[in-house]
Write a protein that binds this ligand. Structure first.
Ligand code: DQA
Length: 146
């Protein structure tokens, strides 16, 4: 069975209570449940993870090379700063879909820049938690497993 890593970066553990006017009231546990249900429909396995630490995220991307067919990544604020995450993605050569709950292009200018986008298959942003499900649909189609 194809497996997908769904990886979440800093502060996303606080979803539900963190700036709900921007990120909504859905918790990360709710997002995981939505992803598990969507993955089941596609016959995919998922690993769902979150870390506040850049190096841990790099390690998890490296480890995905041998255990997952693709990655869905919400790198949080590291999206806008991390050449290390960009290099990790380029190194493992797995299809990566970048996800953001908010529409980063409609927010502060510093959020418009993504170091993930140039090495990602595509970007989904602005649809809240639903974006993770849309990313799973897109990845399933890309991997041709639906
Ligand atoms: C985010 C957008 C980022 O700019 C921000 O730093 C986050 C969350 C989102 O999901 O909308 O932590 O990735």
């Amino acid at each position: 069975m194809t497996s997908v890593l769904i990886l979440n970066g800093p502060n996303l553990n606080l979803l539900g209570t963190r700036q709900p006017e921007v990120y909504g009231s859905t918790t990360l546990a709710d997002v995981e449940q939505m992803c598990r249900a969507a993955a089941k429909v596609h016959g995919m396995d998922i690993e769902f993870a979150q870390s506040n630490h850049e190096g841990t995220l790099v390690d998890q991307i490296h480890a995905a090379k041998t255990s997952h067919g693709g990655i869905i990544l919400n790198a949080g604020a590291y999206t806008h700063t991390s050449i290390a995450l960009m290099d990790a993605i380029a190194s493992v050569e797995l299809p990566v879909i970048e996800v953001h709950l908010s529409n980063i292009h409609a927010r502060e200018t510093f959020r418009h820049k993504s170091f993930i986008a140039p090495v990602a298959l595509g970007q989904i942003c602005g649809f809240g938690a639903k974006g993770y499900v849309l990313a799973l649909d897109a990845l399933a189609e890309h991997l041709a497993i639906t």
